[in-house]
Ligand binder design. Sequence first.
Ligand code: ADP
Ligand code: MG
Length: 678
Amino acid sequence: MAANLFSEIEYLKGVGKTRGEKYRKLDIKSPYELIYHIPRTYIDFRAHIPIAQAQPDEYCFLKLTITKKLQPQAIRKGLVICKAVATDGTDNIIINIFNNVYAFHALSEGAGYYMYGKVTGGFTRKEINSPVYIKDDEKVLIQPVYRLTQGLTAVMVRTNMQQALNLMKSQPFETLSEDIMEKYELMPLMWSLENIHFPESDEAAGLARERLAFDELLKLQLGMSLMKTRTRNSTAYQMDGKISISEFLDGLPFKMTDGQMKALVEIISDLCRNVPMNRLLQGDVGSGKTAVAAAACYFAYKNGLQSALMAPTEILAMQHYKTLSEFLEPFGLKICLLTGSATAKNKKIIREKILSGEADVIVGTHAIIQKDVEYKNLALVITDEQHRFGVNQRAALAEKGDSPHKLVMSATPIPRTLALIIYGDLDISAITQLPKGRKPIKTYAVTGKMRHRAFNFVRDRLDEGRQAYVVCPMIEDSESDLFAVKSYAENAQKQDLKGYSTALLHGKMKANEKEKVMKKFRDGEIQVLICTTVVEVGVDVPNAAVMVIENAERFGLSQLHQLRGRIGRGEFESTCILITDNTTDECIKRMKIMSSTADGFKISEEDLKLRGPGDFFGSAQHGLPPLKIADIACNTQLMKKAQMCASEILRDDPELKKPENHALHMDTIRLFNKEITG
Ligand code: ADP
Ligand code: MG
């Protein structure tokens, strides 16, 4: 069979078993995947200067001719130096190549080269060490620099890349129509792939990168949308809209806000349809999402059906278990908690209750979606803090039961542009207001010099009966100067918090230890919790009204906002003190934003502005398939363009079934690696 883009990588000339394995180490299994091995950067040999102008200790580009190669010298065991003399007419220079006899043999006396490397030596005798070079008859003067692995050289990758590109040229495909390319000012795919690797000019490299980043963002959105369409099969659990839950709403200790009610109505009307709900409930920290979730569980219960609530951490699962029990047990519902750290015996008992239907609402970590957990009639699955679960896990959840309804809750207010991408497969309900009577949190940013004064303030609040969090970035002391909870707690007990009851909470503690500490903190036995960001999500202790964040520069805006959301949850005036000695512009800006607004959406917009979407795609937290180009090249403008384009294509062909969208459809599936095909 003739080789094609999707053949094994070994089909390329010169790639045998050994080199094939090296490529696989870089996740490159086919010529297609090699083509999408995008250069990290480029070396531009056009920028060469005369040797006479090369300054010692600077990296320089030179164009020179080798006049004499000297004998390689073994200096000592394991070190061979090869030297050659070269000239460009303005001066001579000595080329030093260390421990690479092969590279040295590749150079010929009398031949011309472009070289790039660090120049050393004085004015009388210049040297250049381990230069990268190309022959001076090479047409492509902008050379790609790739991520490599031991035994795989730049020359090998460049040669194979040319072959792969030629292969593609012989079987060309284009994923976008002429109309779309024209409308969004994009270069053709083949041209872009050639120019991302071997650009004609800087401008060409830029245009190529833009087209390819656009492609990735477009495929991402199309893929999310395909997943959404796929889940639109029928559900076995169409609920009855005539069933009332007014006794539950009347029994709540508060009146739901308009925002909560609107979201609840949207959810219930979804539950009464014969297709599974697939909805995101978005609302800032403290907006009361849990109460809405509880009401939805109650509605399912009145329909005789089970619900499950999944949280990303054990602490949060326990918290939800407690809250849901308070809301629902008075109405006779049986709630059970299932986490990974339960004993085998307990797990067995709980699993039986889930299967028999004795449990109405099941709360837990991802333990509740394991294969061995069978449900009687799981109709509603709620996940909290969705951004921490990957697209895979979303799919795993959907497989439990007979297409249950799904609700995902997120407290991370994600700017609309990003939300459409991450949650493209979901419908969105947003709670935009906080319950009445919340006192705004006062936030101050101070330097370490003010620490003792800050703790005066903390002690005053503790003496009034309030509780406090102190957040540090590390668990144990390390070489960095960052505060670590363990030593911090020791010092605090001797000094600033002497006589007050404190406790540690961090991610390395066992689940039952964590729970013990959380319980004591909730019960008021512990006054100050010295913790890492494990408290970031979900923890709800209304009496905690003070938070001190050490090394505040270490946290992004959205993370600071999440952390701060742990206070201001009750009737008391709350204060957040950010301590940092960092004086960079960026840090100062972040502290200013934090002290001036409490609006989560505004903060996340600012975060996006400061960091750019590339930073977001670079982090692994979002659970999206890994992006290769968009994570470096992406900007908000491009994202908007890709969004517009995706909705145009889908309007016309929601499942990408039309022949003209075939190539795009296949390419989208490749990005998601089968997740959307099953
Ligand atoms: P979220 O999960 O959205 O961050 P929670 O559901 O934990 O918020 O709610 C935060 C706090 O507000 C809880 O103590 C909850 O009981 C309370 N709460 C929820 N809804 C209301 C409301 N409508 N009025 C007053 N308090 C409310
Ligand atoms: Mg919550």
